[in-house]
Design a protein around this ligand. Sequence first.
Ligand SMILES: [Zn+2]
Length: 272
Amino acid sequence: MKIYISADMEGISGVVSLAHVEPGSGEYERFRRLMTREVNAVVEAAFEFGASEVVVNDSHNKMDNILVEELHPRASLISGSPKPLSMMQGIDGSFDAVFFVGYHARAGSSEAIMDHTYTGSVLCAKINGRAMSEAGLNGRLAGYYGVPVVLVTGDQNAVRCAREELNDPVGVVVKEAVTRYSAKVCPFDVVKERIRQGVKEALEDVSRFRPTIEEGTVELEIAFKQSILADVALLIPGMKKKDARTVVYNAADYLEAYKVFRAALAMGSGIR
Ligand SMILES: [Zn+2]
């Protein structure tokens, strides 16, 4: 059984503040170690419950957070950026299941540690009219390749978003968010056991999970926080303006929609 893990950082158990997740801050070095430890706990449980191969894709910021020297000896790691498929680099139809580790709620969620959708510039991203978190967006790319998302870890609203947007992945709540920058956290041994139980539940009968597949053409809608970002996104051929801050693109399939979403965000990344 081949497992693909996309690992973000905001939803790692002890993480509550921007200083914890921003390279260059004093606290970051501590928290990347905690991220590595938590990813390793997931990898360990995956092998315990039937995995034969685990690929981890570092999916936060510059995507080189996980300490390779401390990586679980049986895992392989995709590190660094940019990557063509970003948070889902390396996914293909050879995998049996996808885990999202350390994920966070979509932009505009309350009681959600550092809620956002890909970048701070996105107010709302929709697929065929439905608002999506990163779990929903990335899970549909897994679905494009026929692979189900079977596990998500993060705070209670990260798990809620993923379960709303995907076909019932197992959710492991590793902290209870109070506000965007505060949460009730617990010792790692407790988190580790919750993760172990979640992985067990997900892998016991992995064939019961269905991939989340967008059939046919896909309508991508992006509402930005600033109109200038919509203006820049309109440079993409086929992109249409809905209102001052919102653009719409009709893609032939989900892979195209995902790439256009990434391109639209990248084009505006230097603009303030
Ligand atoms: Zn992140």
